[in-house]
Design a protein around this ligand. Structure first.
Ligand code: AKG
Length: 295
């Protein structure tokens, strides 16, 4: 029996590769996350370059701090760690990929008003291929999400298609242009909804988001996770420090040492560019944008 999702929501996720649960979180949780973000913005005033906690946006100053990503927020914020382990997040995930769940990573992507950076089209699975694709990302929508502030966009059904080539001139660029790959730009849909909603997208779903040109901020907290029997393929960007370390990432259920294999065409994200490991830097290798003009 599902814990939280209806049968039609579960079927819709498996058909389309995404789901939005509107007004899913209580205001108290949203308030505590927003308060944490303010704390990190205060911290950013002291920075002129990004560090291991905060990645700065172009135009950042001490007077007007601009962060484009809070890195691994579950390790530096109690509120964001508690939310990650809560049934608000884990119950729908269990309904989709089973009882045994391992964390891959967390991040809070912020698009500042007027110039918040685009994230080019990609599949998470291209960054971290695993032995099976019971892999998904939960996005906690912190600001009302509308077309104008750069919502997450997805190609419905693309999780059943190919794993696209995310390389340019033989180097991993972490992105591709959907039109060049045969996708129809008109098929992309925006995952909009009020603050407190969550989105869930499959690890193979093609997704991205345009620049935020509005006067509103756009913040989404992502928790990326997978079935415990999905193991990283060598060459994946997953940090792997042995099984004991890997098992510390269990969010619920039981770990295993028996990977489940699924027949998926895999291309490893190698060789890597000579840039820091950040999607924003890696995607500069694409040399163009899927969000300028048509997608
Ligand atoms: O923040 C977004 O809109 C997309 C984020 C994403 O896909 C990523 O960080 O891998």
């Amino acid at each position: 029996m599902p814990e939280l999702l209806s049968e039609s929501q579960i079927n819709s996720y498996h058909d389309t590769g995404y789901l939005v649960l509107e007004n899913h979180l209580p205001d108290t949780i949203l308030d505590s996350i927003r308060a944490e973000i303010l704390r990190f913005e205060e911290e950013a005033r002291e920075l002129s370059v990004s560090n291991e906690r905060l990645e700065l946006e172009q135009g950042h100053t001490a007077e007007q701090p601009r962060i484009r990503r809070i890195r691994l927020p579950h390790t530096i914020s109690d509120a964001m760690r508690e939310l990650m382990y809560s049934d608000h997040i884990l119950a729908p995930v269990r309904d989709l990929i089973g009882p045994d769940i391992r964390l891959h990573t967390s991040k809070l992507n912020m698009k500042s008003p007027e110039n918040g950076a685009a994230i080019e089209w990609h599949q998470d699975y291209a960054f971290y291929p695993h032995t099976n694709d019971d892999i998904l990302a939960v996005g906690v929508i912190i600001d009302d999400m509308q077309s104008e502030n750069g919502p997450l966009m997805v190609y419905p059904g693309s999780h059943k298609g190919p794993v696209y080539d995310h390389h340019v001139d033989g180097v991993f660029a972490g992105a591709f242009i959907p039109k060049d790959a045969g996708l129809n730009p008109d098929d992309a849909v925006e995952l909009t909804g009020p603050a407190g909603s969550i989105s869930i997208h499959h690890g193979r779903t093609v997704h991205g988001s345009a620049m935020n040109t509005s006067d509103k901020s756009r913040r989404i907290l992502f928790y990326e996770m997978m079935a415990a029997d999905a193991f990283p393929i060598n060459g994946s960007l997953t940090q792997w420090n042995g099984i004991e370390d890997y098992n510390t990432r269990m969010l619920c259920g039981e770990p295993t040492i028996a990977p489940r294999l699924k027949d998926i065409p895999i291309r490893i994200p190698q060789p890597q560019p000579d840039t820091p490991i950040s999607i924003y830097e890696i995607q500069k290798g694409l040399g163009k944008s899927g969000f300028s003009g048509s997608t």
